[in-house]
Ligand binder design. Structure first.
Ligand code: URP
Ligand code: ZN
Ligand code: ZN
Length: 459
């Protein structure tokens, strides 16, 4: 049975930190101890002076996702190559039900996309419900856990495309309450935003900055509160994705204080970017057209504080890459035609380390919890993923706290042609990344024969 020894590092988990060697046998962690030097492993990874973290789990990505006449420019090959370079070894991506398509057919479509690619890390799916016009499709939703899909996504924004009405939300939530699935919501009031967008266009406002101006925080706050009410009505567990502002945090904190099973994440871009990213000259602002939009700078401190107080439990990326040159360009004459989304999968761990751990906002343990352990727990992957424990998958990141890296589209591994963090220098980066015991990245290079990622059948 193939074995790998990660030797001489300091293990950092969400619970504790200690010096130890970690032995992987046949893809799983077999031993953790200070005296494993005598073991003759097939592969030895030196981790002296470095930290050994569980592989990152990014529960919010959009690979190979059709949007209008285009698609996100990373597939499960390029997107997972980018992921592992940054220490993320599992993703949970979105399978989107097309209008008129049965949910189980949608899942089959997405599984085919995954099978046609060569993922280098493991991939699970949430199912995004967009159409419940056929009664039989409710039964499909109820059966998704048998197929390894235990979370359902509802878009309250994107009126006319992905967006759903409250009736669809309630019917989906009832099924989730009955079978224990988690309901994810993109919480923005799509109807209200459609009116604000129509007003802006009628007044001749077509620049990217209007993406933000037509989606003010109150539209996110209202939808968040409504989603919480509907979850309470139906008795389901709720997870609010990409929370961007204090106004949306408020109902979440109130619900949590009342003991409701309401959970929430934010994304790196809301912690580090602000609305001025949309105001850049020319068409540059299009790079920051993601939804919800980047907010006023003062919002960032509320989000950091919520990570500290645990109102926010996960940091994801919402990696949704569209090339600037030809995909974002579709909206040069009209901001509503700019595909919504931005890349970021490769730099979640390093950016949160730089701006969270190194600034003293987050402990190392909390950093690991936010990027690895909590997403694994929320999405039915624990204890297989997200921690370093005997029997867990040997997804490991050897993180060198002194390794310096300058983020750039010219060196990142996504197919996208820009980075939101271009020119940002960070101290601390992975020196080696293992997926189920196999080294997949060593010193910034993908290994010659990286392991193949598998579909994550989630519990
Ligand atoms: O702008 C974004 N976030 N695009 C991806 C789809 C979504 O809303 O999560
Ligand atoms: Zn969203
Ligand atoms: Zn998303």
């Amino acid at each position: 049975m193939p074995s790998t020894l990660v030797r001489g590092g300091r293990v950092v988990t969400a619970e504790s930190e200690y010096d130890a060697d970690v032995l992987a046998v046949d893809g799983r962690i077999a031993q953790i101890g200070t005296d494993l030097d005598h073991i003759e492993a097939d592969v030895v990874v030196e981790a002296d002076g470095q930290w050994v973290l569980p592989g990152g789990v990014d529960p919010h990505t959009h690979m190979d996702m059709p949007v209008g006449d285009t698609s996100t420019c990373d597939d499960y090959t390029s997107g997972t190559i980018a992921a592992v370079h940054g220490g993320t070894t599992s993703i949970v991506d979105f399978c989107i039900q097309q209008h008129g398509q049965a949910p189980l057919d949608a899942l089959a479509t997405w599984k085919r996309k995954l099978a046609a690619a060569a993922p280098v890390c493991d991939v699970g799916f949430h199912l995004a419900v967009t159409d419940l016009s056929q009664p039989a499709w409710l039964a499909d939703l109820a059966r998704l856990p048998e197929h390894g899909v235990t979370s359902l996504k509802l878009f309250m924004a994107y009126k006319g495309t992905l967006g759903v009405d409250d009736g669809t939300i309630v019917r989906t939530m009832r099924i989730a309450a009955a079978n224990g699935s988690l309901v994810l919501v993109h919480a923005e009031n799509g109807d209200a935003i459609a009116v604000l967008v129509a007003d802006a266009l009628a007044a001749g406002h077509v620049e990217p900055v209007w993406h933000g101006r037509t989606r003010p925080p109150i539209t996110e706050a209202e939808a968040t509160a409504r989603a919480i009410s509907l979850a309470e009505l139906t008795g389901c567990r709720l997870y609010v994705v990409h929370v961007s502002c204090a106004e949306a945090l408020e109902p979440i904190v109130r619900a949590q204080a009342a003991g409701l099973p309401v959970h929430a994440e934010t994304c790196v871009q809301y912690l580090l970017l602000d609305e001025t990213a949309l105001e850049k000259p020319g068409f540059e602002g299009a790079k920051a057209v993601f939804t919800p939009p980047p907010r006023a700078r003062e919002q960032q401190e509320y989000l950091w504080r919520a990570l500290q107080t645990r109102a926010l439990e996960v940091v994801s990326t919402d990696h949704c890459p569209f090339r600037y040159a030809d995909q974002k360009a579709l909206g040069r004459a009209d901001f509503t035609k700019i595909p919504n989304g931005a890349p970021g999968i490769e730099h979640r761990l390093v950016l949160l380390h730089e701006f969270g751990v190194r600034t003293g906002r987050l402990s190392r343990a909390r950093w690991v919890e936010l990027c690895c352990t909590a997403p694994a727990r929320h999405f039915g992957l624990a204890p297989r993923k997200g921690t370093i424990a005997i029997g867990s998958d040997a997804d490991l990141v050897v993180f060198d706290p002194e390794r310096v890296q300058t983020i750039s589209a010219s060196t990142h591994h996504s197919r996208v042609d820009y980075s939101l963090y271009e020119g940002t220098t960070v101290r601390g980066a992975p020196s080696a990344v293992l997926v189920r015991g196999s080294v997949v990245v060593q010193d910034g290079e993908l290994t010659a024969e990286p392991p193949r990622g598998v579909f994550l059948h989630r519990g």
